[in-house]
Design a protein around this ligand. Structure first.
Ligand code: FAD
Length: 116
């Protein structure tokens, strides 16, 4: 196994970034104000400009253009992000994630209590 204190490769960067993004979506307000929506919209735009994997960032910008973030409430944003992530999963040959489980995975923990 690779040492834990090495520079991030594409996989580790992606894994950690998805963790941050899904957690941000899981904590997004249920009733966002206009400032919340604007901040989140700008965050995705800016991240897609600076994401430090150039070919990933290019596709990310295209995806955002075709399917911009759904910002009306937490559930919408979480589901939108799950679909975006699944698009990447599909592209790189990874299994698709069941988006009905996104709150268990990123907010509440599994129903069997294994995260408690
Ligand atoms: P990850 O895909 O990193 O997922 C982490 C965890 O999230 C999984 O273990 C699972 O529990 C959960 N999860 C999986 N799918 C979903 C979902 N749909 N919704 C919610 N939770 C989910 N890599 C490339 O090779 N080419 C690219 O073009 C590319 N583009 C990327 C664009 C972005 C914006 C990001 C953030 C990453 C990108 N990556 C890309 C990296 C890639 O998506 C993976 O992060 C990387 O391959 C490591 O995969 P992983 O197996 O650790 O799981």
């Amino acid at each position: 196994p690779r040492r834990p204190d090495c520079p991030l490769d594409k996989e580790e960067l992606g894994n950690k970034t998805w963790g941050l993004l899904h957690t941000i979506a899981a904590k997004y307000p249920e009733k966002p104000g206009s400032t919340d929506k604007k901040t989140m919209s700008e965050f995705f735009t800016l991240l897609s400009r600076i994401y430090p994997c150039e070919h990933c960032a290019q596709d990310f910008r295209e995806d955002l253009k075709c399917d911009p973030p759904k910002l009306e409430c937490r559930e919408e944003l979480s589901q939108w992000l799950c679909r975006l992530h699944n698009k990447v999963n599909k592209k790189i040959g990874k299994e698709e994630f069941d988006c009905s489980k996104v709150n268990e995975r990123w907010r509440d923990g599994w129903k069997d209590g294994s995260c408690d």
